[in-house]
Ligand binder design. Structure first.
Ligand code: TYD
Length: 137
């Protein structure tokens, strides 16, 4: 059973070889511990820019650097900080609900996000103070 309360790195299988190239697969209940309702991707983020600076009340995500290098600072409601780097398309980062995230990108990075819910601005907590105070029910 996958632990769904803490972030973790997913090692996707790399199917193929260096002559042919590779394919990796994200399937529900196999590598991804939720039903995928949405996929989105971010790209052309300037090197000096950080994105994120929010948490989600319910949303779970698996994030893949399909290109480039992406660094995450994740903070829980007890202010414990975790750092993750995804630098290979065969890796994914699972982020549970209620983690504050700050994300930086190499110039060529493309971040693919597989998400457990469709977009809903009501699910965002965009103030760090509000995040720390949010009652996890
Ligand atoms: P946001 O999630 O704040 O991006 P990031 O944390 O990477 O900086 O989203 C940026 C903008 O895009 C915000 O105005 C909402 C919009 N948006 C959608 O309309 N649909 C989506 O699925 C997502 C992820 C964002």
């Amino acid at each position: 059973m996958l632990e769904k309360n803490k972030p973790f790195i997913i090692d996707f299988e790399s199917i193929g070889d260096s002559q042919l190239g590779y394919i990796s697969v994200a399937e529900v209940q196999n590598q991804v511990p939720f039903g995928i309702e949405r996929a989105y991707w971010t790209y052309y983020t300037p090197n000096e820019v950080q994105r994120g600076f929010h948490a989600h009340k319910e949303l779970q995500q698996v994030l893949v650097a399909v290109s480039g290098v992406i660094k995450f600072k994740l903070i829980d409601q007890n202010k414990n900080e975790l750092e993750f780097v995804i630098d290979n398309p065969s890796k994914g980062l699972y982020i549970p609900r209620l983690y504050w995230r700050e994300i930086s990108f190499s110039h060529n990075a493309v971040l693919l996000c597989l998400a457990s819910q469709v977009y809903n601005e009501e699910d965002y907590i965009r103030s760090f103070e509000d995040f720390l105070l949010y009652k996890n029910v």
